[in-house]
Write a protein that binds this ligand. Structure first.
Ligand code: ATP
Length: 227
């Protein structure tokens, strides 16, 4: 396997809305893995979630505002899943990673960042085994979703070239895909669903103000998305 010449962090989601947990996860992992570029991928038509409130354009605008000035490396907002949805094609992560692997070539390390809730569900994703042939996977701790090895689905624990301490990060960075890192140094008790409910019930409460980046809050207010 070629030694990577570049490392790209890939982070997809509904982002309905993007919240401070998303921003902090990306910053934390980008720093830990000395990432060169970040690709944020708003979902077009998530196959496991129905009824997004904000439009793709609004979710992309909020992503841009949330990450503006937060990282000193390039941050791209990738519209490929939104574009596929416009042609009624559902968003599967494996298709997205295949596109990105083609785009970046064989010598770029791709790191897919997902929350512990999604990670624990991974074996329900389309062609999930293939994900490990396309990218590294970093699972970020999330309150309520254990990342204990003995509590994870046994099907995929055996698949890993598992890196789990600082020394192993060096080995992780020698390959372009195929390793898994359980990022337990984070625990943000934030969810977009809870934020939407809180905005709907209380408007801009103390809670939502604490959990959403300021510029995103201003955007939400001027576009009246969740009230
Ligand atoms: P919802 O509450 O509707 O499930 P969400 O807060 O999970 O939304 P998404 O846009 O669906 O937001 O999440 C994008 C990605 O970020 C997913 O991989 C999700 O697991 C992860 N994520 C979101 N919030 C957290 C969090 N607090 N801690 C760890 N991972 C998170």
């Amino acid at each position: 396997m070629p030694i990577p010449t570049k490392t790209v962090l890939i982070f997809g989601g509904s982002f309905d809305p993007v919240h401070s947990g998303h921003v902090e996860m990306v910053k934390h992992v980008a720093q830990r893995f000395s990432v060169d570029e970040v690709r944020l991928i708003p979902a077009g038509q998530p196959w496991q979630k129905a009824g997004l409130k904000a439009s793709p354009a609004q979710r992309s605008d909020m992503l841009r505002l949330a990450f503006e000035g937060e990282l000193s490396i390039p941050v791209q907002i990738d519209q490929q899943e939104v574009e596929r949805a416009e042609q009624q094609i559902p968003s599967y992560t494996v298709d997205t990673l295949e596109q990105l692997r083609q785009y970046y070539g064989e010598t770029t390390a791709l790191i897919l960042l997902i929350g512990a809730d999604q990670f624990r569900n991974l074996t329900t994703w389309k062609n999930w085994q293939q994900l490990f042939q396309l990218a590294h996977i970093v699972a970020a701790a999330r309150p309520g979703y254990s990342l204990q090895l003995d509590e994870l689905p046994s099907e995929f624990v055996s698949l890993w070239g598992h890196a789990q301490n600082e020394l192993d990060i060096a080995r992780f960075k020698q390959c372009c895909f195929g390793k898994t890192w359980l990022e337990t140094g984070l625990a943000w008790d934030i969810s977009a669903t809870r934020i939407r409910a809180s905005l709907q019930q209380q408007g801009q409460s103390k809670e939502s103000i604490a959990l959403i980046p300021r510029k995103v809050l201003d955007y939400l207010q001027s576009h009246s998305i969740y009230n």
